[in-house]
Design a protein around this ligand. Structure first.
Ligand SMILES: C[S@@+](CC[C@H](N)C(=O)[O-])C[C@H]1O[C@@H](n2cnc3c(N)ncnc32)[C@H](O)[C@@H]1O
Length: 352
């Protein structure tokens, strides 16, 4: 966690400012270009070059702490494996230096723990290598992000951006570098860990583990908030939307991309896949990760044939799938607890 992130974070429970307790930190060397960017916005370089790898964020009034573990602030308000691990590992020091402080003990939103578990398996087992980003090459993916966020007409240079649900973090890293913005990437799952491993050295990208349902930011904060393929994977897309729509500042922008029902009806193959999803997903999401892998193995040849021989015949550039990509795509389709569909008209109404 860069020191700078402290300026943006608040307690997700009562929105109060947090106090940093720094236990382990390192200093990252900034390039001339990075120093130039920081100077341009009039901030101290140390805010971006100080990386806190272990520590705590305190809410003194509530006597709770959020761990900073392996460089990532863990801001979920309900008990998680990583927070418990941190509390046990540092129990003696916490008791000595911060007597009476505990982890937050709020209730998770409906199904949130399952969502955390399935998406963690989806991303932690998928090692980023730039070869593929979903079913596209990474540069095509970035071009489409540029287009969807309308970056050429609404540039975000030196602005503060939030991505809700960063997954493996490739788009977030790209945005922060190419669009020259400061970007906070938040995700519920342990996708944050591979994202941090691959992109954590980018001084303008902050990675946080948190949930759209309990945002760890003040309202009216960001110039742009975007979320791609995330909200429909929560128990209620609209409730998640209602939370994140408070985060852009006045005159700021909000972009969300969610599944729509028409896409699944466009071709015979898509209808067949949708039918399979309706049957398999509710069962598969409840299995432990290893059994999910076993259950999905028979589907992999279908993904390989479709992606490698049938898709992209209309000239659109497609990447070839190996087993890794096929398993990732199958997990994304068949393991999420929720995958709601929404029409364009419905989503437009949410914005009004
Ligand atoms: C299909 S992935 C999309 C990731 C990324 N946006 C992309 O396009 O590659 C959905 C992501 O949403 C995250 N997610 C689901 N529920 C969330 C929530 N309540 N808050 C934040 N992230 C959430 C999951 O952990 C997962 O990484």
């Amino acid at each position: 966690m860069k020191l700078r992130l402290l300026d943006h974070l608040v307690c997700p429970i009562d929105k109060s400012r947090l106090e940093l307790v720094q236990w382990e930190a390192s200093s990252v060397k900034l390039s001339a270009e990075e120093l130039g960017r920081i100077e341009r916005v009039g901030l101290e370089p140390a805010l971006f070059s100080t990386e806190i790898t272990t520590g705590l964020l305190l809410n003194r009034t509530k006597k709770i702490f959020y761990p900073i573990h392996q460089g990532i602030p863990r801001m979920l308000v309900f008990p998680t494996g990583v927070a418990r691990y941190f509390a046990e590992k540092h129990a003696e020091r916490i008791a000595r230096e911060l007597p009476g402080f505990t982890l937050p003990q709020e209730k998770a939103m409906s199904g949130e723990e399952t969502v955390l578990r399935t998406f963690s398996s989806e991303w932690v087992n998928y090692d980023w290598d730039e070869g593929s980003y979903w079913n596209l090459t990474h540069d095509v993916m970035y071009k489409s992000m540029n287009f969807m966020l309308n970056l050429s007409r609404r540039p975000v240079k030196d602005k503060l951006i939030l991505e809700v649900g960063i997954g493996i973090g490739g788009s977030a890293d790209y945005m922060a570098r190419r669009a020259e913005c400061e970007l906070v990437g938040m995700d519920l799952s342990y996708a944050d860990d591979p994202a941090y491993m691959h992109f954590g050295t980018n001084p303008f990208l902050h990675i946080v583990q948190g949930s759209a349902f309990a945002p760890q930011f003040r309202e009216n904060t960001f110039d742009l908030v975007y979320s791609q393929g995330v909200l429909h994977h929560t128990f209620s897309t609209k409730s998640a939307f209602d939370q994140i729509c408070k985060l852009p500042k006045l005159g700021g922008r909000l972009y969300v991309w969610v599944y729509n029902p028409h896409d699944d009806q466009r071709t015979l193959i898509r209808r067949a896949i949708m039918l399979m999803e309706t049957v398999i997903r509710p069962l598969c999401c409840r299995l432990p990760a290893s059994l999910q892998t076993v259950a999905l193995l028979p589907l992999l040849p279908l993904y390989l044939i479709h992606q490698n021989f049938l898709a992209g015949r209309n000239g659109s550039p497609r990447i070839k799938y190996g087993l890794r990509e096929a398993m990732h795509a199958a997990r994304d389709r068949f393991t999420p607890r929720f995958a709601h569909r929404h029409t364009e008209e419905e989503v437009c109404r949410w914005f009004r």
